[in-house]
Ligand binder design. Structure first.
Ligand SMILES: Cc1cc2nc3c(=O)[nH]c(=O)nc-3n(C[C@H](O)[C@H](O)[C@H](O)COP(=O)(O)OP(=O)(O)OC[C@H]3O[C@@H](n4cnc5c(N)ncnc54)[C@H](O)[C@@H]3O)c2cc1C
Length: 424
């Protein structure tokens, strides 16, 4: 059985951050990186918007500002981002402040879905040049911790140190690993919300601030804003019993593509369970299934004009003169979001939308579309043995699936932090 100094599972930013840091510190290490897909699947592959300011992407239970800023310096050094300039924001800051809303000033850049793919290819090629054994389309399925080996669909491999960074889609896989190792964890936090799509003229702030981050009371925030050649997409997930449901998301291509005059962004509410300590994953899955029931197996979309009048949207709502643009994600069912979304979440999001419409008048144009559900599962919270995300003897976790990040740059930073632990 082939043996490696370090095996890294997952080629997302957490795995990549770890690999580059390990090589920088010791270029003689024999490293293998495993990826179950042809190309890594997370945010590097989709949209690739990068935020370089705390607290964006950093779960506060794992990161202090000082720690995040220290590692972000290293991420910036590695990725050399072209940080976008922001302008004309003073009015928005003032209006937000008057309403008790915070507009964060975040350093950010955007490569686009096409630019992200180019970056992944470049990074993987660099690792290969440095001798990293990259095994694509190879899935880790189990572990023999006593024998220090992992089981994959292409055979078994031995490790000295193991980093598992399987991302959000590997959330359940990581839970199975933790169950087999008897690592304790909770997953009691989840983000639920809608994706808003509107005309650029209704949300002009994006021409001055690419992805404006508004924090509203009630734990609601704007998230992942896309403009230029921007589209709403569907992502397929499965429940523990194998039932499928969709979550919507958004992305944009790089500046090379012709703009379509539309903007999309998520309005998310964070829900935390305490008494009883419920699983965020199960809660979200139930909401996903409920939405599929109401949408005939598809996400629901509703025009703001219909929502305001308490009416469901119908196919006609998507052709009326006020309803003046075609949805970029037509594979959704016109319907009534309020039949699917828990009241507390809906109230929090609608109140925040009204505040946003006061800060940027126009975003609640009758034609604006709300797509539901948008679900963010990232909240496995393992009990770590140290500050480098060690979960078990010689085994480390990092990235979104392991609750150490919620975005590309923080995932990369968490990979570096785990690599430091691996290097001892
Ligand atoms: C559609 C989409 C768009 C996003 N857009 C952005 C964005 O623009 N900006 C931003 O900051 N964040 C974005 N995010 C979030 C971002 O993707 C994550 O924060 C980040 O990628 C997490 O990095 P990671 O390395 O933990 O996981 P990932 O990037 O998800 O990488 C994990 C990798 O592990 C692989 N894997 C999983 N299980 C196994 C296994 N058993 N064996 C082998 N390989 C496995 C997966 O295929 C995947 O490639 C987006 C997420 C999604 C889903």
């Amino acid at each position: 059985m082939e043996k490696y100094d370090v095996i890294i599972v997952g080629s997302g930013p957490a795995g990549l951050g770890a690999a580059f840091h390990l090589l920088k510190k010791n270029s003689n290490l024999k490293i293998m990186m495993l990826e179950r897909e042809k190309v890594s699947t997370g945010g590097l592959r989709n949209d690739c918007k990068m935020n370089f300011t705390f607290p964006i992407g950093f779960p506060l239970e794992n990161w202090t500002r000082e720690q995040a800023e220290h590692y972000l310096e290293m991420v910036i050094h590695e990725l050399k981002p072209d940080i976008f300039k922001k302008k004309n924001l003073s009015t928005y800051f003032k209006r937000a402040e008057n309403l008790g809303v915070e507009l964060l000033d975040i350093k950010q850049t955007h490569l686009g879905t096409d630019g992200g793919l180019r970056l992944i290819k470049q990074l993987i090629a660099e690792l290969q040049e440095c001798g990293v054994d990259i095994k694509l389309e190879t899935e880790m399925t189990g572990i023999d911790a006593a024998g220090k080996s992992i089981i994959t669909d292409k055979g078994e491999f031995r490790y000295e140190k193991l980093l598992i960074a399987p991302g959000r889609k590997g959330f359940r896989f990581l839970q199975s690993v933790m169950d087999s190792l008897e690592v304790q964890y909770i997953d009691h936090i989840v983000d639920i919300g809608v994706r808003i799509e509107t005309k650029l003229e209704n949300y002009p702030i994006v021409t001055d601030y690419y992805d404006p981050k508004f924090l509203f009371p009630d734990k609601v925030r704007t998230f992942c804003t896309n403009s230029g050649a921007a589209h709403v997409v569907r992502e397929k997930y499965g429940t523990a019993s194998g039932k499928p449901y969709f979550s919507v998301n958004g992305h944009a291509f790089s500046g090379d593509r012709a703009p379509n005059g539309l903007v999309n962004f998520a309005m998310l509410k964070t829900v935390t369970f305490t008494q009883p300590l419920a699983s965020g994953q199960e809660f979200a899955e139930n909401l996903g299934l409920q939405a599929m029931l109401m949408g005939g197996g598809k996400p629901i979309m509703q025009r703001v004009g219909d929502f305001r009048l308490g009416k469901r949207s119908k196919a006609e709502s998507f052709n009326d003169d006020l309803y003046n643009f075609e949805p970029t994600q037509p594979n959704c069912t016109p319907g009534d979001i309020s039949l699917s979304m828990p009241a507390k979440i809906l109230r929090g999001i609608w109140k925040s939308m009204k505040a946003l419409d006061t800060i940027i008048p126009g975003v609640l144009h009758p034609g604006t579309i709300m797509y539901y559900p948008e679900i963010k599962l990232y909240a496995n919270k393992p009990e770590y043995l140290d500050g480098n995300f060690k979960a078990y003897d010689n085994i480390y976790f990092a990235g979104d699936g392991a609750g150490t990040s919620r975005g590309i740059t923080a995932a990369w930073a968490s990979g570096i932090r785990a690599a430091e632990g691996i290097l001892g």
